[in-house]
Design a protein around this ligand. Structure first.
Ligand code: HEM
Length: 488
């Protein structure tokens, strides 16, 4: 139940506040960068050079992906400390590495104007054609390296902490598959184990990728473009999926406290999350449908895994959440509302992703605005809402500030209306073949300009909702923080 959270070790609580407040500070800045991108596409800044669009898009994309990855890691680490003991020192090291990586990223994008996009597809980082200097590429690869090291040891530490209490087979809930329920394994432990094992595989791919980049920079040979693309998307897709799963793990752990019912691991859940561990390794292949050189059997594997992966994690969790809430004495407040809307966003974004991962559809939707439409849905209206719920929850514990129902409804309405309005313009554009990543839309797709203008109105609504949310959450967090330091 929610109240037991306060029993988490106090050093971890303080550090979690630091992580979460950092995430909450970065988020509105990154949303404003997104507003800037849409404003450029709306032709409101025609005099600005397009290089700025790509530099800001890189900062926005990587910044958002990184911010919500660390936000979800901080959330699960804190909740995990109910059962096991993650290391505070390692989390601090990860925090330091993240800050250093952010500084390097800011320098290479805002000063160096590096505009490779969030997944820096080979060979673009090495061929700037004078748009950005060589140091910016080095700083960019350096920032990825620093993030990679910090986050790898953080993932390893969570596995270490779990391994101190549960054997690997117990943490993977294999005994549930054999019909046994002893020892009891919380869904949080199962999902974090699956996620950390997958993310380590992704980080290994990232290390190989970075080493190949550096070798090419030093040695003057050319890498295999197809191998580089496979490594890039394996790493990128796994990182994005893991962030989502960690957000869902937070929901598994917190929602029962609001529904007043337990949500325990069972055979189906164990089967589902074990299947995820296998399928997540292959689902990324749908990013390479357009690569004619990719062996055909891998394309089939990509199609099959992309369809199958939606069943275990998403369907089991979404139906599980619905069953938990159905006819329960739900305590509706900002936390439970955001979590339920987060699950909804995951479902909607997931369906849009499955549509796009269908070969016949991908032929039309590839590199259109449909792509940012679906990933913004399960990010912005999915995992972001789940972690915003966690942040509010953290502040709510021990702040003693009563919640105002009217304000809660207003915040949720503004975020949901603003968020989906913004997304609708991406979906509409994608369905009408408006390409993604265009700083200025040419005449053939000039309808994109009007869509970007409508999107700006909705982003503004979202920003108002976000400002109210941040005010309400930050004052609770600071009050709870000062209350806990006064009592310790
Ligand atoms: C209201 C909030 C947001 C706004 C206004 C916004 C806006 C945008 C825009 C306009 C683009 C460029 C679209 C194009 O390809 O033409 C973009 C790309 C992107 N955004 Fe967002 N975004 C928001 C939230 C998020 C969130 C929450 C995430 C992830 C957690 C995210 C991650 C990305 C990524 C990864 C890209 C792709 C960058 C690339 O193609 O290299 N955004 N966003």
């Amino acid at each position: 139940m929610a109240d037991t959270l306060d029993s988490a070790p106090s050093p971890y609580r303080g550090l979690t506040f630091v992580w979460i407040l950092t995430v909450l500070a970065l988020f509105p800045i990154l949303v404003i960068l997104g507003f800037f991108l849409r404003a450029l596409q709306a032709d409101y800044m025609t005099k600005l050079r397009p290089e700025w669009f790509y530099a800001v898009m890189t900062l926005h994309g990587l910044g958002m992906v990184g911010t919500w990855y660390v936000g979800s890691m901080a959330g699960v680490s804190y909740l995990l400390s109910r059962y096991v003991k993650p290391s505070v020192v390692i989390s601090r090291i990860a925090f330091g590495a993240t800050l250093l990586g952010v500084v390097l990223l800011l320098a290479c994008t805002l000063i160096g104007r590096l505009g490779v996009g969030w997944y820096f597809l080979y060979p673009l980082p090495l061929h700037s054609k004078g748009v950005w200097p060589a140091w910016a590429t080095a700083a960019f690869l350096g920032s990825l390296g620093v993030f990679g090291v910090g986050w790898t040891i953080w993932s390893l530490d969570l596995l270490r902490a779990i391994a101190q209490r549960y054997s690997f087979s117990a943490a993977m809930a294999w005994h549930y598959l054999r019909g046994k329920q002893n020892p009891e394994v919380p869904p949080l432990v199962l999902i974090v184990t699956v996620s950390m094992v997958s993310s380590l595989a992704g980080f290994v791919a990232a290390v190989v990728l970075l080493v190949l980049y550096v070798l090419e920079l030093l040695g003057g040979f050319n890498n295999d473009a197809l191998l580089m693309k496979n490594l890039t998307f394996f790493f990128g897709h796994v990182l994005v999926n893991i962030t989502m799963y960690l957000g869902v793990a937070v929901v598994y752990e917190l929602l029962p406290a609001y529904a007043g019912r337990p949500w325990k691991t069972n055979k189906i859940m164990a089967l589902a999350w074990n299947t995820v561990l296998f399928l997540v390794m292959f689902a990324y292949l749908h990013h390479l449908y357009m690569d004619f050189a990719q062996p055909q059997w891998l394309q089939y594997l990509g199609q099959i895994s992309s369809y199958l992966i939606s069943v275990p994690a998403a369907v089991v969790s979404i139906f599980g959440a619905l069953l938990l809430v159905y006819r329960s004495r739900m305590r509706w407040n900002l936390v439970s509302l955001l979590m339920c809307f987060g699950v909804m966003g995951w479902a909607i974004g997931g369906v849009a992703a499955v549509i796009d991962s269908t070969v016949a559809v991908n032929l039309r939707f590839h590199n259109t605005l449909w792509v940012p439409a679906h990933f913004h849905t399960y990010y912005l209206m999915g995992v972001v809402l789940m972690i915003l719920a966690f942040a509010y929850y953290l502040g709510e514990q021990g702040s003693g500030i009563a919640e105002r129902q009217g304000l809660t409804k207003l915040i949720v309405a503004l975020i949901v209306l603003g968020g989906y309005g913004f997304l609708m313009m991406f979906y509409y554009g994608g369905a009408h073949s408006v390409p993604r990543r265009y700083a200025h839309y040419p005449e053939e797709v000039s309808q994109g300009i009007g869509q970007a203008r409508v999107a700006l109105v909705f982003i503004s609504l979202l920003l108002v909702g976000l400002a109210l949310y941040l005010w309400e959450t930050a004052r609770r967090c600071f009050k709870a923080l000062s209350a806990s330091s006064a009592s310790s």
